[in-house]
Design a protein around this ligand. Structure first.
Ligand code: EZ4
Ligand code: CO
Length: 408
């Protein structure tokens, strides 16, 4: 059979999502997530203006060949827009292949290596009392791992901290609907570095040693600041410190590694195995943070994670709300199948999103399972999607207190 129809769906059930829908000549539908937070329409155009017509008439079973055709064919390789577009095609073709086989995708990736996928939740609070309340709430829901982010004295609203108020949600939405341009936040690394170790110490005192604690530095430290911080927080036994330095500087992590045994995770802004070449071969990280949606899909992620496995490095696939339920399903199938699974990020989607995308995930005591429906196990309700018009939303821009633009 061949690919007959290629549609790009844009919807905004509280936040924007771009979904590729491929239909074969015998009516099988495959879905792929093409959502690139804050740059959604660029990927939608890449797919509808440049890729869709090339796919029509191709054999949908030739996934590797299609991946190589879209990666090597256009001469311009890599980059978040290109790789999100390739990822969407790749996911949709795997969805189709697994549906044809009558199996959940993880079976085609080698079958389940575990019963469920340990996930971490997002606990945040503007102060310690709110953060403690959030962690307690997640423990009550059965979570065994939490990412903790909290306000810093002297700064206002900062990355990763919910301002939704107590009892609403303990996590946050990364993109803000702020009209034509991003909102702005302020940052001071010195205040942050002074404040955070005490927070981890307090968490260990209140919650004991079992809880897995994760934290995201969101690319804001210099190499020497990160080295100092990673060393300072060793006694609190973090599961990982994420994105301590700007992502594009792979050798920065050599300095951090020389000074600390705090496990390191990086890669949510990466889109290619080449972004990891030094990090993996020099064993500078412990967890690969790429999203299936942003790193070329299942085909590319499987290769990347197999490469990481040779060096004893595990997965920690990106899973914020800007990864659609389709991208999240792709992550869960990989997580269940690979041997070097580490942990999966999980930020539940809102109700409107789950009306547009019907999933078959199940959550049990801190573990997710992708479900056993053939394919990825996600359906797109196009009528529901049409009810939510695209609305511009951006990650805020970050400035130091003196106004200098800083890493976000
Ligand atoms: O900033 O999803 O670990 N998760 C994160 C997220 C990312 C956003 C980017 O779109 O760092 O909050
Ligand atoms: Co992150």
């Amino acid at each position: 059979m061949t690919i007959e129809i290629v549609d790009v769906n844009i919807t905004s059930p509280g936040r924007n999502f771009v979904t590729l829908k491929i239909t074969t000549s015998d009516g099988i539908v495959g879905l792929g997530d093409a959502t690139l937070n804050g740059r959604e329409l660029a990927v939608a155009s890449y797919l509808s203006d440049h890729v869709a017509s090339m796919l029509i008439g191709r054999d949908e079973d030739r996934i590797e060949d299609t991946w190589q055709y879209l990666y090597r064919g256009p001469y311009w390789r890599r980059g978040p827009v290109t790789m999100a577009a390739i990822a969407a095609v790749d996911m949709a073709l795997w969805d189709i292949k697994a549906k044809k086989a009558g199996m959940p995708l993880y079976q085609l990736l080698g079958g389940a290596s575990r019963e469920g996928v340990r996930v971490y939740a997002h606990a945040s609070g503007t102060d310690y009392a709110a953060l403690k309340n959030a962690i307690t709430g997640y423990e009550e829901l059965g979570y065994t791992a939490v990412r903790v982010q909290t306000g810093v004295p002297g700064l206002g609203q900062i990355y990763g901290v919910s301002n939704a108020g107590p009892g609403v949600r303990y996590d946050y939405e990364p993109a803000k609907r702020s009209g034509d341009r991003p909102s702005e936040e302020t940052w001071d690394t010195r205040n942050y570095l002074t404040h955070m170790p005490g927070v981890f110490s307090q968490i260990r005192e209140d919650f004991g040693t079992d809880l897995r604690i994760l934290h995201d530095g969101h690319h804001r430290m210099s190499p020497i600041e990160a080295a100092r911080f990673a060393k300072d927080i060793e006694p609190y036994d973090l599961f990982w410190l994420e994105d301590c330095t700007p992502g594009e500087d792979q050798t920065a992590l050599r300095l951090v590694r020389q000074h600390s045994t705090t496990p390191l995770a990086i890669g949510e802004v990466f889109n290619s195995v080449f972004d990891y070449q030094t990090l993996i071969t020099e064993r500078l990280i412990d967890y690969v943070r790429s999203a299936v949606t942003h790193t070329g899909g299942i085909t590319a992620m499987k290769k990347l994670l197999d490469f990481a496995a040779i060096y004893g490095i595990k997965s920690g696939i990106h899973g914020p709300t800007d990864i659609s339920p389709v991208g999240m399903a792709a992550a869960l199938h990989l997580d269940l199948a690979i041997h070097n699974f580490g942990i999966q990020e999980y930020m539940p989607h809102n109700e409107q999103t789950l009306e547009v995308f019907q999933t078959s995930f199940t959550f049990d005591k801190g573990f997710l399972h992708p479900g056993d429906k053939p394919g990825l196990g996600v359906d797109l309700d196009e009528d529901a999607a049409a009810g939510h018009e695209y609305t511009k939303a951006y990650l805020p821009v970050n400035r130091l207190l003196d106004g200098t633009v800083h890493d976000w």
